[in-house]
Design a protein around this ligand. Structure first.
Ligand SMILES: [Zn+2]
Length: 392
């Protein structure tokens, strides 16, 4: 949010750096991680107009970083082509933002930046969604799992997460084990200072599937394939990008995580995408399924985005929010190839090489999209949605 007394910094972009479409969207999300003083960002023709909280110590150095982010982001999308698998117009009956109603009726209660407590009907919708996709996972003979909150921080370094998404990481540290540090902890936190912490050994898990990989670390699993499913809170530092229920720091996701030879992984992913298509069609949801890229941060983003796009390693189900005339990604369908099984040393029995994939359904976003398209009176939602979520 721009403060009226903000300091302007106008950064000229090199000729040919056109920040448009997905590149512009990604840049807008990532600019706030470049410097914590950045309050607001407006894209103009050939320039970026920033509003800063404080006068920068070195404006030229900051401008350089902004240009680096802009040029690398544009380059990284140059070879990305988006393919649409299907698109449904659905039958939305509402075009108002349901968020004010959900907070006023205390079904959704803000508890921090990007964190909420849920109760009442909204919670029933969230639970109904989880149960619907849990039943689907069980129908495929998935092994159900229940997960802790954290994963070992070191494994987020070795599996590539911290390299690709350093801006999203939330690391967990204990206070330093010494008398003075323990005494100083409360005061430092209250004063907004960096408290005396030990090195982080745990991280809040950014995904569900990393828990599953942890549970299978250095294990041999059936070479023909295996399927797991569970629900967990996922955590990502979204900085200044948190909004309503569309982008949260802590959100709830169910994933199906699958292993097998490469063709079996692709077949499984396709089967789960088919189920998603049948589901959204039956529910009358306005949405589309298309190829997508992860929000890689600068380093290596160019090669990663081009590869992910060329190999169709990621599809997203984007559901329309009529009040914004925009859509949010509510589910993703990912093929990891051999990268994660290798990192976690998971092999097939007899030493067979495996690949993996995962599908994740984000329940806050799905619930928000349902409320956005069908309104705040759940009893008037389409019959197939009510049957799926509440059993009738
Ligand atoms: Zn996953």
């Amino acid at each position: 949010m721009a403060s009226p007394a903000g300091h302007p910094l106008n950064v000229a972009l090199p000729a040919g750096t056109a920040l448009t479409g997905e590149a512009a969207k990604t840049f807008r999300e990532q600019i706030y991680y470049v410097d914590s003083a950045i309050e607001d960002c407006a894209l103009a023709d050939g320039a970026i107009n920033l509003t800063l909280q404080t006068q920068p110590a070195d404006a030229a150095a900051l401008a350089d970083k902004v240009v680096t982010l802009a040029t690398k982001t544009v380059e990284s999308f140059r070879r990305v082509q988006t393919k649409t698998v299907f698109e449904f117009v659905g039958q939305p009956t509402n075009d108002q933002d349901p968020f004010p109603h959900l907070t006023q009726t205390r079904q959704v209660i803000p508890s921090g930046i990007g964190t909420f407590t849920y109760q009442g009907t909204f919670l029933k919708v969230m639970r109904g969604l989880d149960e619907f996709f849990r039943r689907f996972a069980v129908s495929l003979d998935a092994v159900e799992q229940s997960y802790p909150t954290t994963v070992p921080a070191n494994n987020l370094a070795t599996n590539g997460y911290l390299g690709a998404f350093p801006h999203h990481a939330l690391l967990v540290s204990a206070a330093k084990n010494d008398f003075d540090s323990l005494g100083a902890l409360s005061g430092a936190v209250a004063a907004g200072e960096t408290p005396p912490l030990s090195a982080p050994t745990q991280a809040l898990s950014p995904t569900v599937c990393y828990h599953c990989f942890e549970s299978l670390k250095a294990q041999q699993i059936p070479a023909a394939g295996a399927l797991f499913s569970g629900t967990a809170h996922c955590h990502r530092n979204e900085g200044k990008n948190v909004t309503t229920l569309a982008r949260l720091q802590t959100f709830t996701m169910r994933e199906l995580i699958f292993f097998g030879p490469a063709p079996a992984v692709e077949k499984r992913r396709q089967q789960i995408m088919d189920h998603a298509r049948d589901t959204v069609k039956a529910w009358g949801l306005a949405c589309k399924l298309l190829t997508a890229c992860d929000p890689f941060f600068v380093s290596g983003a160019q090669a990663k985005r081009a590869y992910q796009s060329a190999m169709a390693l990621k599809y997203e189900l984007q559901v329309t929010l009529p009040h914004l005339n925009d859509s949010i990604s509510c589910a993703s369908f990912n093929h990891h190839q051999g990268t994660l099984v290798k990192s976690y040393e998971i092999t097939g029995q007899g030493g067979a090489a495996l690949q993996s994939g995962c599908v994740g359904y984000g329940f806050e976003r799905l619930a928000y999209a349902l409320y956005s398209q069908f309104g705040t009176a759940v009893e008037t939602w389409p019959g197939p949605v009510r049957t799926a979520l509440f059993g009738g």
